[in-house]
Design a protein around this ligand. Structure first.
Ligand SMILES: Cc1ncc(COP(=O)(O)O)c(C=O)c1O
Length: 456
């Protein structure tokens, strides 16, 4: 490990003993001491005390400007006043009914106004809605197989837990990637039905359709891969997927759990001007509450209306979450909200680019909507295998270095990206850039020394 990273880690350790103690208490009762595997990292994860707006505090009282925002679920920022007020109001008049109520069609209407869809069903997590979307596509086409992209993340149900983040030596032929189960417990029979292609490789998708005639129900894809940093679709790629699906009678599922709210009012469908057949939404549409949705045409949803495909959920459309969702759509995901984020985002991205250049860091900044990331690669990545080449110690030097200077630049993990919220101010952006200015020379030095080591 590079001594510059060791120094940042030791600063982190001395600043965060409370988190270390909390982890030790949690470990006997929670595997890894956390409630979701992504929350576990070395030497220990930060435990949170509280958060408001763009700021978050850990148990030791350290303050951070938060660009993690719950893995991108908080374009509203923490405790957005309009969302809080809407939820407070509902708290007094019933939190769960398991019966229809009027907020459901109000929120469904908001979604149909923005996305190329006619009907909506709701859930509580991204996992839940990608699962229902895939089942619906299978029911509608009467086919079992799906295509997903290597390295793509769509939650933790069996059908998508294939080639999630496979080790390179298991990936196989780049033109015909292996179907690698993401851990034990995923049935082999399920794995067989999830075919894999590399992102940005239309030829591979065509080949899969040719080799599996009339057997593929859907392609599920994140229009911008946001679980390998930020990996943009090449010009023509999404259009190509659209064309293939139409020709082959399969459905195109845009997993917009991350992109849905954060690229703009109409998500990736609008951003790229592509009409997906099914759209899945979660994270930032809920304004800090567990709201998710899958949406499509009336024709496809008729499978549910006719009781041919089953969908249900006790927690679906609970009024607290629906109130939060409606407030988020009407008060956060507004033209003014997006304009604010674009303004501060431009300054952040431009600032990063200048600092990267000034310090001679080998890397680039990618951004889309309220998301951005610093990627340590010589040229733009096109797919998962290229993303795998990242120097993780260098990335950790960046992340802990920023954290020690009061900025959480993105979630922990080099496959993530920052999120800007309506709560971030220009002063927050200035502080972010000042912290990066301080950390950048160390990154450049570590990068140079490690490349010298490799050459030597
Ligand atoms: C693109 C995408 N789809 C689905 C999911 C799963 O969402 P959840 O964690 O709410 O189950 C995620 C979560 O990060 C995601 O990024």
């Amino acid at each position: 490990m590079h001594q510059l990273l060791e120094k940042e880690l030791s600063t982190f350790e001395s600043r965060t003993p409370g988190s270390h103690a909390a982890l030790k208490k949690a470990q006997p009762r929670l595997p890894l001491g956390v409630a979701s595997n992504f929350r576990s990292y070395e030497p220990w994860p930060l435990f949170v005390k509280d958060a408001k707006g763009s700021h978050i505090h850990d148990l030791d009282g350290n303050e951070y400007i938060d660009f993690n925002l719950c893995f991108g679920a908080l374009m509203a920022g923490h405790c957005h006043p309009a969302v809080m007020a809407a939820v407070q109001e509902r708290l007094e008049i019933g939190t769960m009914f398991g019966m229809p109520h009027t907020l459901e069609y109000e929120l469904a209407e908001e979604i149909c106004q923005r996305f190329p869809v006619e009907q909506v069903r709701f859930g509580s997590s991204g996992t839940e809605v990608t699962m229902h979307a895939i089942r619906l596509a299978r029911g509608f086409t009467d086919r079992d197989k799906i295509i997903k992209m290597e390295g793509g993340y769509h939650g933790v149900h069996d059908s998508v837990m294939v080639s999630m983040k496979p080790k390179l030596d298991l990936c196989g032929d780049p033109d015909r990637p292996n179907q690698v189960p993401a851990g034990a417990g995923v049935p082999a029979d399920t794995v067989k039905n999830t075919l894999i292609a590399q992102f940005n490789d239309l030829a591979a998708v065509k080949r899969l359709f040719a080799e599996n005639p009339k057997q593929i129900a859907a392609i599920i894809v994140e229009p911008i891969m946001m679980n390998i940093g930020i990996c943009m679709p090449e010009p023509g790629y999404l259009e190509g997927l659209r064309e293939i699906c139409t020709k082959e009678g399969a459905l195109l599922i845009f997993d917009e759990v991350k992109t849905g709210a954060k690229l703009g009012r109409g998500g990736a469908c609008e951003y790229f001007n592509i009409k997906a057949d099914l759209v899945t939404l979660a994270k930032s549409i809920g304004g800090g509450f567990p709201l998710a949705a899958f949406a499509t045409s009336r024709e496809v949803m008729d499978m549910i209306a006719q009781q041919k495909v089953f969908h249900a959920g006790t927690y679906a459309t609970n009024p607290l979450v629906m109130a939060a969702g409606i407030a988020t759509f009407r008060e956060v995901l507004t033209p003014e909200g997006y304009a604010h984020i674009e303004k501060i985002g431009d300054v952040l991205v431009e600032g990063y680019k200048q600092i990267v250049k000034k310090n001679g860091i080998e890397g680039y900044v990618e951004s889309a909507g309220s998301n951005g990331a610093l990627l340590f690669y010589a040229k733009k990545i096109r797919n998962y295998r290229e993303w795998l080449a990242v120097d993780t110690d260098l990335w950790r030097l960046y992340w802990f270095g920023m954290l020690n200077r009061g900025v959480m630049p993105q979630p922990y993990w080099w496959d993530e990206q920052w999120t800007l919220s309506v709560a971030h101010s220009m002063a927050d952006i200035d502080r972010h850039l000042s912290a990066f200015e301080e950390v950048a020379p160390a990154i450049a030095q570590a990068q140079q020394e490690s490349s010298v080591q490799v050459v030597g």
